[in-house]
Design a binder for this molecule. Structure first.
Ligand SMILES: C[S@@+](CC[C@H](N)C(=O)[O-])C[C@H]1O[C@@H](n2cnc3c(N)ncnc32)[C@H](O)[C@@H]1O
Ligand SMILES: C[S@@+](CC[C@H](N)C(=O)[O-])C[C@H]1O[C@@H](n2cnc3c(N)ncnc32)[C@H](O)[C@@H]1O
Ligand SMILES: Cc1ncc(COP(=O)(O)O)c(C=O)c1O
Length: 486
């Protein structure tokens, strides 16, 4: 309670300092200035069974992760497209989103909450837990793109975020809904919990700490980076380190949430997908609502590929754009169950035991969102491609030498682009987006090992070592002359 009180104080402080009156969260006058026609309050969203033949719906206020049908199917948050169309024309929706992006207005300046009516329309603005996430840069990899024979390679830098991965986008939505349910007394939720390969737990811990909600994270011991482990520790989460892999942690957390009032925050929970889809809408905004040709998403549990497709498809179905890009799932060879199924013509999907990979956040062999991913790929003429350890680290090093600082997952995406370009699947003039899912600074261990030439199965062709020298200018100049013409 005390922390919740403090959050209110944080939000009030800028206005208080300016001597402004007490905070009005949903500021209708400002919203009017941002959108000539404010959307009606009647928009709403529900959980719907992902199995199209079932169609059961449930309130978002219910604690529920799967349908009640015999298939135990996943859920999807659904919106009434007719109501959205009636509320405003496509050009007015585009204008509203463009005006809000990056503005100072709570909560609409957030990249996620700037699309509130398409995400969680019903939630009270004062119950939203936001760190003004999203609005991440779309980096034009001009020099690096040329080396791959591409004129338009763009990197959506989702790692430029509060906890340094795309997980913030989904977690603001999930934790806001939990906060809303706790505040309105809709559900008894003692804590929120997740299994994680490191980034989900970091995001959950931060958003829970901001809201004053207890947080539990279940981690595969020794299989995440030091930076990722430190994040939930610093944010005061209860950190459970288990001698298993991510798939094992996922099973454990699902068993736990069935028995005690802990709310599940993995992307099995479709609320996460709703926030993550906002990054697709941002990409459209960043191209002035022109649709790119390819969007490549490094994937593990397969929630994010569906989230991106859903964002693009929503803009298409609602008439804001005229097509959906081709979606590409990029997997690490050591954790490639979807790639195997795709390669075999979708005849059979079988979970695997994922092996260790430098792309440790996607070391997942039994992806929960398998049905969502196949659905998205089938509807976007999608592709699955893989990259091995050497390919991941080699391309990451080459990209870094053109000014990036890639995490290994972004390396998987880049390696896949290189392969598809070499095969001629991607054309020279195609507009290609690689989703950078996390910040490279969370994954320094593998980068250091690469430059020291110590990584298993990797040839460090582009290793760059610091040159240790005595405290003498002549020694510096001699050393420089061995590297550049002076
Ligand atoms: C300085 S306040 C200005 C007041 C604002 N016009 C309003 O809605 O009342 C807005 C800025 O604070 C930021 N911000 C970040 N976290 C916030 C939070 N938790 N609550 C409110 N604003 C936040 C955003 O960067 C935003 O640009
Ligand atoms: C995709 S371009 C769209 C073209 C743009 N309207 C123009 O001025 O030509 C705009 C986006 O690219 C981004 N951007 C990042 N690095 C850039 C760079 N080096 N050159 C151009 N745009 C860059 C920003 O995120 C920006 O939102
Ligand atoms: C950095 C990073 N990239 C990619 C992924 C994969 O996303 P998804 O599990 O939704 O496929 C994750 C998390 O699992 C991640 O942390």
């Amino acid at each position: 309670m005390e922390l919740l009180g403090r959050l209110t104080w944080v939000r009030r402080s800028p206005r208080a300092r300016l001597g402004a009156p007490a905070r009005q969260f949903s500021t209708p006058r400002l919203d009017l200035a941002l959108a000539k026609t404010p959307p009606p309050a009647s928009l709403d969203a529900n959980f719907t069974c992902f199995n199209q033949n079932c169609g059961k719906t449930f309130s978002l206020g219910e604690v529920r992760y799967r349908c009640a049908c015999e298939k135990n199917a996943l859920l999807d948050v659904t919106h009434d497209y007719e109501k959205i169309k009636q509320a405003m024309s496509p050009s007015d929706w585009r204008a509203l989103f463009d005006r809000r992006a990056g503005s100072t207005l709570w909560p609409y300046g957030s990249g996620v909450w700037s699309k509130k009516e398409w995400i969680l329309p019903h939630i009270d603005n004062e119950n939203i837990v936001s760190m003004f996430e999203g609005n991440s840069n779309l980096f034009w990899a001009e020099r690096f793109g040329k080396t791959l024979g591409l004129s338009e390679l763009w990197i959506k830098q989702c790692g430029l975020s509060h906890t340094a991965s795309f997980k913030d986008l989904g977690m603001t939505v999930l934790v806001s809904q939990v906060n809303h349910m706790r505040k309105t007394g809709q559900a008894e939720i003692a804590a929120v919990g997740c299994a994680s390969t490191g980034d989900t737990s970091a995001a959950l811990a931060a958003y829970c700490a901001a809201a004053g909600i207890p947080c539990i994270v279940v981690l595969p011991r020794g299989k995440i980076t030091t930076a990722q482990l430190l994040q939930p520790i610093a944010n005061g989460a209860i950190v459970l380190n288990i001698d298993t892999d991510f798939d094992g942690c996922m099973k454990l957390i699902q068993e736990i949430v069935g028995e005690v009032p802990i709310y599940l925050a993995n992307s099995l929970n479709s609320l996460r997908i709703e926030g993550q889809k906002s990054a697709a809408l941002e990409i459209l905004q960043q191209f002035d609502w022109e649709v790119p040709d390819w969007v490549v998403v490094p994937s593990g549990n397969l929630g994010n590929i569906y989230a991106f497709w859903k964002g693009f498809n929503m803009a298409f179905e609602l008439g804001l754009v005229n097509k959906v890009p081709r979606m590409v799932v990029a997997q690490a060879h050591n954790a490639n169950p979807l790639y195997r199924a795709y390669r075999d013509g979708w005849t059979n999907f079988a979970p695997i035991k994922a092996e260790a990979t430098v792309a440790s956040a996607i070391q997942i062999g039994d992806p929960v969102s398998i049905d969502r991913a196949i659905y998205a790929l089938n509807r976007s003429d999608g592709i699955v491609e893989e990259a091995n350890e050497d390919e991941i680290m080699d391309i990451s090093a080459r990209a870094d030498m053109t000014g990036m600082f890639t995490c290994p997952h972004t390396g998987v995406g880049l390696a896949v682009v290189e392969k598809l370009r070499q095969k001629g699947t991607i054309d020279r003039d195609d507009r290609v987006i690689v989703v950078s899912t996390a910040h490279g600074l969370k994954f320094t261990q593998s980068k250091v090992a690469y430059h020291e030439g110590k990584l298993k199965d990797v040839i460090s062709k582009h290793a760059n070592q610091p040159i240790n020298l005595p405290d003498k200018s002549s020694a510096l100049i001699d050393a420089l002359r061995t590297r550049i013409k002076l």
